[in-house]
Design a protein. Structure first.
Ligand code: UDP
Ligand code: MG
Length: 140
């Protein structure tokens, strides 16, 4: 399998509860390398552009407000099959469906406030990484 990069976000519900280190340990324990990382505060409009694909869904407004409700940690994870591996470590979108030991099973508060974002495909990952990072900020 090829070495890939994927975009991860530690969401405001998790940064508020001081879980950045515990979540990063899950990534590193799974063999994912954090090759870029920064803590930022999004505006609802910036969150809206990031989640544009969901703009027709009923939860879009709430999602954008939530993503702007506190700091997020945006990061690039690198490794063999990083996109799928990260999704595995994250667990299902709804924590009720997330497998034991996954980030969302352990830390998520609800289907909306579910602690982490991860890109869903290599093509999406490239677009999402470029939204937050310049090439100079990626140090593999
Ligand atoms: N979301 C929500 N309600 C839903 C489905 C999703 O609030 O019924 C939020 C949740 O924060 C989720 C994000 O919208 O992580 C993006 O949804 P997606 O289906 O892409 O899930 P993910 O890829 O994050 O697992
Ligand atoms: Mg998604």
């Amino acid at each position: 399998m090829a070495v890939e990069r994927t975009l991860s976000i530690i969401k405001p519900d998790a940064t508020k509860r001081n879980l950045t280190g515990k979540i990063n340990a899950k990534f590193e324990d799974a063999g994912l390398r954090i090759v870029a990382q920064k803590r930022i505060q999004l505006t609802p409009a910036q969150a809206g552009v990031f989640y544009e694909v969901h703009k027709e869904r009923p939860f879009y407004g709430e999602l954008c407000e939530f993503m702007a409700s506190g700091p997020v940690v945006v990061q690039v994870l690198e490794g063999e099959g990083a996109v799928a591996k990260n999704r595995e470590v994250m667990g299902a979108t709804n924590p009720k469906d997330a497998a034991p030991g996954t980030i969302r099973a352990e830390f998520a508060e609800s289907v909306g406030e579910n602690s982490v974002h991860g890109s869903d495909a290599a093509e999406t990952a490239a677009v999402e990484i470029a939204y937050f990072f310049s090439g100079l900020e990626l140090v593999g």
